[in-house]
Structure formats: C-alpha cells, structure tokens
Ligand binder design. Sequence first.
Ligand code: ATP
Ligand code: MG
Length: 294
Amino acid sequence: MPMPSSTSAVAARGPRPASLRHAPTRGKRGLPEELMPRIITIANQKGGVGKTTTAVNLAASLAAAERRTLLIDVDPQGNAGSALGIPRDDAEPSVYEVLLDGVPLAEVVKRTELKFLDLAPASRHLVGAELELAGEEGREQRLARAVAAVAAEYEYVLIDCPPSLGLLTLNGLVAAQGVIIPIQCEYFALEGLADVLRTIDLVKGAANPRLQVDGIVLTMHAANNLAQQVEDEIRKHFKKEVFKTVIPRNVRLSESPSHGKPILLYDVSSKGCQSYLELAREVVRRVDRAGRAA
Ligand code: ATP
Ligand code: MG
C-alpha cells in the first residue's frame, strides 16, 4: 500500500495515499463532510498502556497522509507535546486556559515538525482543572465547544487523555464521536476496562449520544505466549471492535519520545512505525464506513 516509506516523503507534499483518501460526500447537517473532522478520544484510565504513544503516532501517521490533524493534550503530564518536540511550557497558554477561561483553541495551537499536524499543548495547571471545573456550568462540554470552533480547520482531531476517568477525560469523551481504547497485551490487561466502557455508556446516555467505540487497539504486544493468550481472549470478547492491527513492543517506539519525534521521523522502517501507519489506514477505513457525521 502506498504509504510514506522515507522521512522526506513524510514532509513532502504529494498525492495522498489511495488507502487514506475518501470521496467528498455530505454530512447530516448538509455540511460537506470534509469540513467535519472526526474527533477521536484516546482513553483508558489504566496508566502506561500506550495512550500517548498511540495518540502521537496515529496523529503523525494521519498527518503524513496529508490529513489535517490536531492533537489535543488534556493530560497535565504533557507527554504528547514532549513526544512531538514541544516540551510543556507552563507559562504559555494551553488547554488549561481553553477549558477554564474560554480561550479559543486556535490561540493555543502550535505547529509541529509535520506540516499537517498541530498540537494543542497541556500544562501543569491542568492538575487543578478537575477541581476548578467542578463547580462550573457546562464543565463537561468545555472542550466540545472549543473543538467545534476549529472544526473546519481539521480532518482529524485526536485527544490524549490522562490515566483517570475524571473531568478531563470526560471532556474528551463529550467532545468526541469515537473512542479508541489502547490495551496493553499483558496479564491484567482487562483490569479496569469495564470502568471505561461504563463511563462511555454514561456519556452516550447523557451528554453525547453520538459517541461510539471506534476500536480497541492492542499495544506493546511481545512475541510470546502470554501476549498471544491475552490477544485471543480480548478478540473473543470484543470481536470486531478490536483493530486487526496490533502494535508490537518495539524499542524504537519507546526511544522516539526522548528525541522529541514521532516514530515516523525517528525510524520509519521500524515495526512500530509500520504498525501505526497500518493502524491509521484501518482507522480511516472505519471512519469512512461509519461516516464522518456519525
Ligand atoms: P499514561 O497513563 O501515564 O498517560 P500512556 O497510557 O499514555 O501512559 P504511554 O506513555 O504511551 O502510555 O506508554 C507508556 C510507556 O511505554 C512509555 O515509556 C512508552 O514509550 C512505552 N511504550 C508505549 N508503547 C510501546 C511499544 N509499543 N513498545 C515499546 N514501548 C512502548
Ligand atoms: Mg499518556
């Protein structure tokens, strides 16, 4: 499949890979669908399962295919920004000001090394946002409103969540049409998954009826029996909801954040990079099938 195979191809303009192209059609509200971004939240309250790695590298893979993509970091850790070479700067306006002070997202967005990828950075102040938002009107809708204002600018908006199911993740779920749940292929992999699914159902039943699970992605898959057993178990339970693409445990993926680069710009030939490119193709196929306006 014609996906970028070298770093220069990633940065250069050129025809979009056919697998990531889709014909312009019209959404439910009569808007051309290309004006409606697909908003995907990457969530799992379990820590260290590959949320940020997935958010960053899926966003970079979509951008490499010339999909205008915005990655929003709502995790106070700010790992998504550092992984893209934009270290957290707590003095700069961030997603915190967007959520608390109503600053437009466009004012905090930063360009990244990839032409088609922008970042809305987190800051340490987000640690307090959960409490500060608690008494506020429309506290769960803050991000949704902010994203709506930049909808025409992007084809994909990805939201990287912290390892909790608090107000920050809730804002991510209310803003999104789809959720991708990364699950680490390890013992206790399913621990806590019921909580994420219950939260998604609650959001679906109240603030955001259009929300759907775009898919479960298996991450850090080591080539051993345990990982295979975990994978079999998850596929047995969740069937088609599990992406075919599996992200292997790959040392290049764990190295790239310390170089401030998505894997595409660090080692395009690595298995980790190729698997995230494949995941991007699968996501685009699913989104095309589901329809952007869903
Ligand atoms: P948190 O819950 O703290 O936000 P997270 O769910 O975002 O964590 P990551 O930060 O993406 O998880 O990954 C946790 C650690 O595992 C990181 O050090 C990351 O580099 C590493 N890692 C993630 N995916 C892989 C992989 N496929 N192969 C090897 N290492 C990986
Ligand atoms: Mg993270």
